[in-house]
Design a binder for this molecule. Structure first.
Ligand SMILES: [Zn+2]
Length: 206
């Protein structure tokens, strides 16, 4: 690579077509401040303070804001102004955008764990422990239950995505358990192949 040979970034070789900024702290990058990988190649995404020796320096935006408020303050910018500025620009940078996505994924996992704990606490006879919930389209799992008076009823909304699973009955036989849950309720039913002859076991508001 030419850029390695001259120890300059590709961006510089190409005549700096655009000002690179660190995708973690937002500082403008030049060849003296761009981070490097362990093998010496440039990592044009980050400055050398945010990405050092192959590791990211910050895993918390507030730490970075504190650091900047302390070190970037001068006669033109008060620490409050620096803080406000950083709070505005940091969430728009790739590093923190990715971080936010991971954060919400973690929350979603926690939510699924919580639903599974509640489903397992129902102790439904013959139903195996729920260990996985999948996203399911309402239209696929909106079974029609027959009431004693002969009328039928549906509980779900075809347009909504739920979390659920199908589990084989521990007692064998030809009926399966179907579980459906979301923020508002837990539902357990049993049915035969292809959802035939469904019976509601429990519908519980959370
Ligand atoms: Zn940086």
């Amino acid at each position: 690579m030419l850029s390695e040979f001259f120890d300059v970034s590709i961006n510089t070789l190409l005549g700096s077509p655009q000002q690179l900024i660190c995708q973690c702290c937002g500082m403008p990058l030049d060849d003296s401040t761009i981070s490097k990988e362990l093998n010496g190649t440039f990592n044009e995404e980050y400055c050398k303070w945010c990405y050092t020796d192959g590791e990211y320096t910050y895993d918390n935006m507030d730490d970075l804001i504190d650091f900047c408020a302390e070190h970037m303050t001068n006669k033109d910018y008060s620490s409050e102004q620096v803080r406000a500025h950083m709070k505005d620009i940091l969430p728009k940078l790739n590093y923190w955008k990715r971080y936010a996505a991971i954060g919400s994924e973690k929350k979603f996992d926690e939510f699924k764990m919580q639903l599974m704990a509640e489903l397992n606490a129902l102790h439904i006879e013959g139903m195996p422990k729920v260990e996985k919930l999948n996203a399911l389209a309402g239209s696929f799992i909106n079974l029609e239950y027959q009431l004693p008076n002969g009328k039928t009823v549906k509980f779900l909304d075809d347009r909504v995505t739920y979390l659920g699973n199908q589990l084989e009955c521990e007692f064998g036989g030809n009926r399966c358990f179907g579980i459906v849950a979301n923020m508002d309720f837990l539902l357990v039913c049993t049915y035969e192949v292809n959802g035939a002859n469904p019976e509601l076991v429990i519908y519980k508001k959370r």
